[in-house]
Unconditional design. Structure first.
Length: 111
């Protein structure tokens, strides 16, 4: 990604994180409410009905978090991506291993 677009990319990631957080809260709230109403209709007392909905909502949230972690693990484990970048100004290769790259101290290999 060009350096001129890093601010826009950071903003998009931030906005996506906020929107997904809102959808997560809404989803857990909907599940909680529906489960609670279902338990109340079947004759359960209000406290147990709320706890049943809360339990199911938190289980759903945990499953969503686990699924997100697995997707992230698979998506970010690609080997060979972004390992070497050719610096434009000097014609040298700069290693990006261990978080180094252009503009940061790192291992420089001349061609």
């Amino acid at each position: 990604m060009p350096d001129s677009s890093t601010g826009m990319a950071g903003g998009l990631v931030s906005a996506a994180r906020e929107v997904s957080g809102v959808f997560g809260v809404v989803l857990v709230g909907v599940v909680l409410t529906r489960r609670e109403r279902s338990a109340l209709r079947s004759g359960s007392d209000p406290r147990n009905a709320f706890l049943a909905g809360y339990d199911l909502g938190l289980r759903l949230a945990a499953c969503c978090g686990l699924a997100g972690a697995l997707v992230t693990l698979v998506a970010l484990r690609r080997r060979g991506r972004h390992r070497r970048v050719v610096a434009r100004s000097r014609g040298t290769e700069v290693s990006r291993r261990n978080g180094t790259g252009p503009g940061t101290p790192g291992r420089v290999v001349t061609k």
